[in-house]
Design a protein around this ligand. Structure first.
Ligand code: SAH
Length: 418
């Protein structure tokens, strides 16, 4: 059955736009003009689509259609160049989207060119100021950093949200405090990318941009919209599949479905603990899809040539960062084509965990590496503006005092039982 479409052009694929054009009795080539305007030129309104005849634009507007471009409501710039955007939608809801001009280090070591460049760059220790200037920022009044020119191509990363809030309730994540408000449409997911590209004056594929579905929400609990958005990003915006990574907390049935997609980003799984007892404590969804089910799906995942699965592991001081935890994690991952991204906890109000010191993190990494598992430490980006992993929570609510965590409910994951 055909799905009801929103009134936005953003979020529609070529076939849907072609159908619209032929219903209007317009020649077929108009469809490509609309795709070009919406996804490549990234226009804000129908009136800007100058390739279309005035009458056709009027007709589209009269039928209630809009471009549906995402609106940047607020913008915060970190001392490290990271930019956190608050992006608003028609119903007053908003999400956060993060621009990292230097990447987040997460893509390093994954075999992509961007990763290699990021690795080389991180060896350069000639001072933070020079680093910002190389990244294209100048210090302005009040220490605000202003884009001076386009960032060097190949290592910028956009981190996008898939839901308003999140239902998964990971105990160390600030977004969890919001609960889930609603799913984003495909148009709203793609809209975040278009808005940020436009604001940063960057355009793929000429400018190489990496994309991570690691912002607010659990993409695999908004699966259809996420998959449609990923296809639009490849086919209409021009971002290559190998430059995109989706991260899941471990929605096992969807990991299986994802493996069968013809067009798909790379897969990352938030592991965060090496055994069920600890993982259930930190990530209650482990009760539904435990480590045996998760690792079964990971081992069965059809990897492409030179592709591997990324496992993310948030290190919480004294909780999951013991040498024994590292050994157990190495055992769990043995024989899998994978790498591990270690993230020291990004703190936040209402988060009852501590950030382990650099030595502890390095020790954990060393144990994994010695066991033959590539492990990388992700540099935190934009902590000062609450833009780092697990810190995304709509800005307005950050200012208020921490509220108690919502009671976990058994209906959080609306998927059929396995
Ligand atoms: N729901 C998806 C994607 C969003 S979270 C998922 O769970 O994978 C993106 C990453 O940020 C996850 O790996 C998560 O474990 C990590 N993360 C969450 N809270 C964090 C925090 N406070 N500090 C560091 N990383 C965190």
């Amino acid at each position: 059955m055909a799905k009801a479409l929103t009134t936005s052009l953003l979020g529609r694929n070529r076939e849907e736009i072609s159908a619209l054009v032929s219903q209007a009795g317009e020649p077929g080539y108009r469809a490509e003009q609309i795709v070009e305007a919406v996804y490549r030129q990234r226009v804000d309104g129908l009136e800007e689509i100058s390739t279309l005849p005035f009458e056709f634009r009027e007709k589209l507007a009269a039928s209630g259609l809009t471009v549906g471009a995402a609106r940047i409501e607020k913008k915060f710039v970190s001392v490290d160049g990271t930019v956190r955007y608050l992006i608003g939608f028609g119903d007053g809801q908003s999400v956060e989207t993060v621009w990292m001009p230097e990447g987040d280090g997460g893509e390093a070591g994954d075999g992509s060119e961007a990763g290699e460049e990021a690795e080389v760059f991180s060896l350069d220790t000639s001072g933070a100021k020079a680093q910002f200037q190389r990244a294209g920022f100048d210090a302005g009044p009040q220490g605000l950093l202003h884009p001076r020119r386009k960032p060097r191509p190949g290592r910028s990363t956009i981190c996008i949200s898939s839901q308003v809030g999140c239902a998964v309730d990971c105990q160390f994540c600030l977004t969890a405090l919001l609960g889930v408000k609603r799913n984003l449409t495909a148009g709203e997911i793609v809209g975040q990318v278009c808005a940020v590209l436009k604001d940063q004056r960057v355009s793929p594929p000429e400018d190489r941009v990496n994309l991570v579905f690691m912002g607010m929400g659990e993409p695999f609990l908004n699966y259809e919209n996420f998959v449609k958005a990923a296809r639009l990003l490849v086919e209409c915006v021009g971002i290559a599949e190998r430059r995109m990574t989706v991260s899941t907390a471990g929605v096992v049935p969807r990991i299986r479905d994802f493996g069968e997609e013809r067009i798909r980003p790379k897969l990352a799984i938030s592991l965060n603990a090496p055994n069920d007892a600890l993982r259930t404590r930190l990530m209650p969804l482990n009760k539904k899809w435990n480590l045996e089910m998760l690792m079964g799906a990971a081992r069965a995942f059809p990897l492409r040539t030179r592709e591997w699965i990324t496992f993310e592991y948030v290190l919480l001081g004294g909780v999951n960062d013991h040498p024994e935890d590292a050994r157990e994690a190495a055992e769990l991952l043995r024989g899998l084509r994978c790498k591990v991204n270690l993230i020291a906890l990004n703190p936040g109000p209402g988060i009852d965990f501590t950030t382990p010191g650099a030595e502890r993190v390095a020790g954990f990494q060393e144990i994994l590496r010695t066991a033959g598992i590539p492990a990388f430490v992700r540099r935190p980006r934009g902590r000062d503006i609450y833009a780092a992993c697990g810190q995304l929570k709509r800005t307005v609510e950050i200012a208020t005092s921490p509220e108690p965590r919502p009671e976990p409910s058994s209906s959080l994951y609306p998927l059929p039982e396995e």
